[in-house]
Write a protein that binds this ligand. Structure first.
Ligand code: HEC
Length: 285
């Protein structure tokens, strides 16, 4: 938490610069057509430089602290707490859990990604209401919901650990395969799939470089820096938000929050990134 003021000033300055380039639906997007563009846009390079400075003192820490407080101190209606929550490594164990999801959870008979599991526990043990969470699943300038802070805390407890999403249980393998299929599935008004924008090297929309998520070295970008502090707005966004926004990019109907198809896509991308080091919650523009 050093240099908080200077960081926030830097964030404000870059925010203004980036606002003009804020992500918009790719209206006339033809990612293939841009594939021949030079490797990285100037604004992307500029952003990378800022990110390195900012990640030293990431405002995500504020949300991490709030999430930690909820995880450790909040009690549910019957006195239950997150100490009973099993993220896959045993009740109450947070360290290293984030990089080992999505995984099979026998208690619910489902493969769950981290966000889904955390929300499940907050409902089960702390008495949060599912319908309230569904009312505002993602952050906006007015509010970063509690579950997003808890996810940020859980993610931070896997900082500098290797991604190791398991592929042992048959349902874990099945979920990965479904995710792989969804990734390649073309439909909608532009006949796009995820792969249309993220299935080849060097693609770009406007100033945004699009990772080739089929390659391990770039699939890490589905993970790295998420949850991310969004500079254009000043709030935290999760992987689930990223997925919904890409469904929008793709002109597909937005999936409902915590749906099976998102878990499957996350399983596909996470397993592809297995073995790489997760550096923790980050900064996104
Ligand atoms: C029309 C193009 C388009 C389609 C189709 C699309 N995306 Fe994206 N995707 C984007 C853009 C633009 C970004 C933002 C890149 C940035 O922030 O620099 C992005 C970012 C991402 C990121 C985060 C990368 C990072 O560096 O943080 C992930 C993960 C992702 N997309 C996954 C998907 C998945 C999964 C699908 C299919 C459901 C999909 N995308 C479909 C355009 C698309």
């Amino acid at each position: 938490m050093k240099q908080r003021t200077s960081t926030l000033l830097a964030v404000a300055a870059l925010t203004a610069a980036l606002a003009a380039h804020a992500q918009q639906p790719a209206k006339k997007a033809s990612p293939q057509a841009k594939a021949a563009a030079p490797a990285k846009s100037d604004i992307s390079k500029e952003f990378e430089k800022f990110r390195e400075v900012l990640e030293e003192d990431n405002p995500a820490e504020l949300f991490e602290a709030k999430g930690e407080d909820i995880w450790k101190n909040k009690k549910g209606p019957s006195g239950a707490s997150m100490a009973q929550c099993d993220l896959g490594l045993g009740a109450g164990v947070v360290k290293g859990a984030y990089v080992r999801m999505p995984r099979w959870f026998a208690d619910v008979g489902q493969v769950m990604d981290a966000e889904r599991r955390v929300v499940h526990c907050m409902i089960k043990y702390l008495g949060y209401k599912e319908e309230d969470i569904r009312k505002q699943p993602f952050s906006n300038v007015n509010k970063t919901p509690d579950h997003v802070s808890v996810i940020t805390y859980v993610a931070a407890q896997s900082r500098n650990m290797k991604i190791a999403a398991p592929q042992k249980h048959p349902k874990e393998v099945e979920t990965y395969n479904i995710g792989k299929e969804i990734f390649a599935y073309r439909a909608g008004p532009y006949d796009f799939s995820c792969a249309s924008c993220h299935g080849a090297d060097g693609m770009r929309i406007r100033t945004q470089d699009l990772p080739n998520l089929r390659k391990p070295a770039e699939a890490i970008r589905a993970y790295q820096g998420w949850p991310g502090y969004r500079m254009t707005g000043g709030f935290m966004l999760t992987q689930q938000w990223r997925m919904n926004d890409c469904f929008r990019q793709q002109r597909f109907p937005e999936p409902s929050y915590l749906s099976d198809s998102i878990t499957a896509l996350l399983a596909y991308m996470t397993v592809t990134a297995n073995g790489q080091v997760y550096k923790g919650p980050g900064i996104k523009r």
